[in-house]
Design a protein. Sequence first.
Lengths: 277, 174
Amino acid sequence: MNRPAVIAAAILSVFLTSGSALAHEPIFGLGPHTIFKGGFGLEMELEGEKASGAGEVENERVVTSEIIYGITANLSATLAIPYILERSSTNESSGTGDISVRTKYRFWRRDGIGVQDSAAVITGVKLPTGDDDKTLRLGSGSTDYLFGLAVARESLKWYYFGDVRYRLNTEGGGGLRAGNAFFADLAIGVRPRKTVYLRPDLVVIAELNFESRDRKELFGVDAADSGGTRLFLSPSFFYTYRNWALKGGIQFPVDQDLNGNQPESDYRFSLAVETHL
Amino acid sequence: MIRKRWLLVFSIVIFLTGTFLPQAAHSRILEVTVTVEGLACPFCAYGIEKKLKRVEGVKSIDVQMEKGVVIITGKDDRSVNIGQVPGAVKDSGFSLKQMKVRVTGIARKDGEKFLLQYGGPEELLTLGDMKTEQKKQFSEYIETGKAVEVQGIVQDQPEGSWTLYPESLKGISP
């Protein structure tokens, strides 16, 4: 396996684990929100990352279409279909990536006037639907699993979120197994202007996103130039009007402690439009 | 000639009963004020708007985030089906704290129970915790057959009926 493929797989795995959350949740982390029973949510999200170093410059853009369905008011299912465009110094490839399915169960909720505290468990599976034969792979070729726990306190003025996630990766195409990954996110949001229903509503958020990845394995052997930890500070926002939401944010690396010789992330971004039907 | 006269009398009776006498058909739940807990963002409130708009007899919804209140206005010719409101709030992911209604109907009495008929014979609200003055006032409406408008909190009972705790009641002119 060549070096761009390993780098591409690393970048891909970022997006396959990213939040793609419901509106009024952190942009890069996850929250415990679910959609109302029988409700559909449609989301189109553009995510990107620029990484450089170790003689490489990587650019990736992913457009993910998501369908969210409310099985009950506290249980939702999400289908995410990514379309990936990757570009390195020497290669370029594009196409449908690995499709993933997630469920979120809000197992605890405490409601008050203008306030909601809640907690949810998240489970997900990523299927090997993306092409993993290209030089720059569009999929990992593996079936991977996601487990998470999210808590939140939301009020008319302030928002507080916290979550932990663990991604269990299996061996995929070309004998490559991406290292398992752990994520932890904290977010605080504030609504600068009083909210009124049927008027545009803005919430600004500051997120702290931590990720730790194990080394990749190639045919059972650890890849030296892989894995490590990253910490991002991420200003983000959501802007909503009735059942429409525009949300986005940028992740700036605060600390990157990567094993061996790897390109470091310069920035990541996300911009999404979501509607509930 | 006799047939024509009877037809005229019949028409006058229909006109009078339809216009001047209090009718159960004119009675209905006009407005429901639902206190909802957990309403913290307008985007999420769309779910409650959507669910409550599906409740029978609902004409419009007004969500007041700051107060945690949703005001449901009923259709002009139909009662709001209050039995569907708790389920709608639950399915939208919030908690129902309290439901207040403004309802017009005919005052009735069944034994010691004061009742308000706000539609067909089965559409009855049992009036609970009435003060002496309210009982006296309500008894007058029963005797005169005058239609009455009542505002108060409603609560569902285990047997499926609804009890209305009146905060105000007044006779309404035809």
